[in-house]
Design a protein around this ligand. Structure first.
Ligand SMILES: *Cc1c(COP(=O)(O)O)cnc(C)c1O
Length: 394
């Protein structure tokens, strides 16, 4: 499977006919505990000299098959799956940091990741400096002797800001670089080959693709992933349910065909929105006027992903009217789903920010984030076109 290309690995990696039944689709093992042959077998399994699962919080065959599939797609030595994307982010950071360490993190981060750094980790004596991560020089300037982690997200929420991971790695030699790659999925970018040490995903999003399971993954070299597994799964108990592992592995088998369609439609919608007088601005890394376009063109592949954002002309009230008027597009958080989902940042994800904070972060009051699904692009455009007309006729 190592020599197979990406689309083939997505279908087959981690899967093999069940040795007991021949079942082609891997059976779901729900057992919490596994029988030992005798005392010597139990002792050998606990020592780690004989393979075995022992207890599902530690090891489960259905979860392991999903981990192997994701590791194969990321070109990683190993992968650990966790109960959610936040469990993955939390474990990656806790396995790497100790009291007194310093973190340099991107200003634009998933909200709960920001809370983890500002709240939980600060309480345990880890200090974080937040910088504009589109500027690798700013990251380098924020480094201290005690900086252990550089934490990034690319593309980042909600303006699809792009960070040049290879350039950051070059400037931060030795520090552990952790990147949240959820928005891209491994179909559009793999970052371990660009200098990231750990890559995390909310598997709830594009890897799952169907909006029916919550999960997370961390990939990297075997030793780092072992520490994340010890910390996040064995000790913190953030184990992924085997039922969710089955749903997530099934999602990953169709990742390429879903992302191919969704990113093509996203590029087409971005192009149409950009030429539309009812729209003030479009954020999509595939557009040549996006500030991160040149880096994204080099760092990403197979297109630029399913996420875009656009600013409705007329501010917050017009944005809300546009949001109220969509019918095919769902008003919902989350992303990477087969359904197209839309969020109005000023009323939802960034409602707790002041207008000034939003303005500094480039989040206009009429900003809509669109996670493009796999519906027919003409039906999506018809829905958006109608919603924009109601927004401008308010
Ligand atoms: C959703 C998301 C998370 C958190 O994932 P959960 O599965 O909801 O815990 C982390 N990072 C990014 C970029 C996300 O979109």
């Amino acid at each position: 499977m190592k020599d197979a290309r990406f689309d083939t690995r997505a279908v087959h990696a981690g899967d093999a006919p069940d040795p007991h039944t021949g079942a082609l689709d891997p059976p779901v093992v729900l057992a919490s505990a596994y029988a030992f042959d005798d005392a010597a077998d139990a002792a050998a399994q606990f020592e780690g000299t004989r393979p075995g699962h022992i207890y599902t919080r530690w090891r489960n065959p259905t979860v392991r098959a999903f981990e192997q599939k994701v590791a194969a797609l990321e070109g990683a030595e190993d992968c650990v799956a966790l109960a959610s994307g936040m469990a993955a982010v939390h474990a990656a950071l806790l396995a790497t940091l100790s009291a007194g360490d310093h973190v340099v993190a991107a200003e634009s981060l998933y909200a709960e990741t920001g809370r983890l750094l500002r709240g939980t980790l600060a309480r345990f004596g880890v200090v974080t400096t937040f910088v504009d991560a589109t500027d690798p020089a700013a990251i380098e300037a924020a480094l201290r002797d005690e900086t252990r982690v550089v934490y990034l997200e690319t593309p980042a929420n909600p303006t699809l800001a792009i960070t040049d991971v290879a350039e950051v790695a070059r400037r931060c030699g030795g520090r552990t670089i952790i990147v949240d790659s959820t928005f891209a999925t491994p179909y559009h970018q793999t970052l371990l080959d660009r200098g990231a040490h750990l890559v995390v995903h909310s598997a709830t999003k594009g890897l799952c693709g169907h909006g029916d399971a919550v999960g997370g993954v961390v990939v990297g070299d075997a030793e780092r992933v072992r520490r994340v597994r010890e910390e996040g799964v064995r000790t913190a108990g953030g184990a992924l349910s085997p039922l969710n592992a089955m749903l997530l592995a099934r999602g990953v088998r169709t990742l390429s065909v879903r992302m191919e369609r969704a990113s093509r439609s996203a590029a087409e919608l971005a192009r149409r929105l950009q030429g539309d007088p009812r729209v003030a601005r479009v954020h999509y890394p595939g557009l040549t006027d996006h500030p991160g376009h040149a880096i994204a063109a080099d760092q990403m592949r197979n297109g630029f992903g399913a996420l875009l954002a656009f600013e409705v002309e007329g501010g917050r009230a017009a944005g809300a009217r546009c949001y109220d008027a969509v019918e095919l597009v769902s008003r919902a958080v989350s992303l990477g789903d087969v359904r197209t989902l839309m969020t109005h940042a000023a009323s939802t994800t960034h409602a707790s920010w002041t207008a000034e904070q939003r303005a500094t972060a480039g989040i206009a009051d009429g900003l809509m984030r669109l996670s493009v699904g796999i519906e027919d692009v003409e039906d999506l455009w018809a829905d958006l076109d109608r919603a924009l007309s109601s927004a401008s006729s308010g």
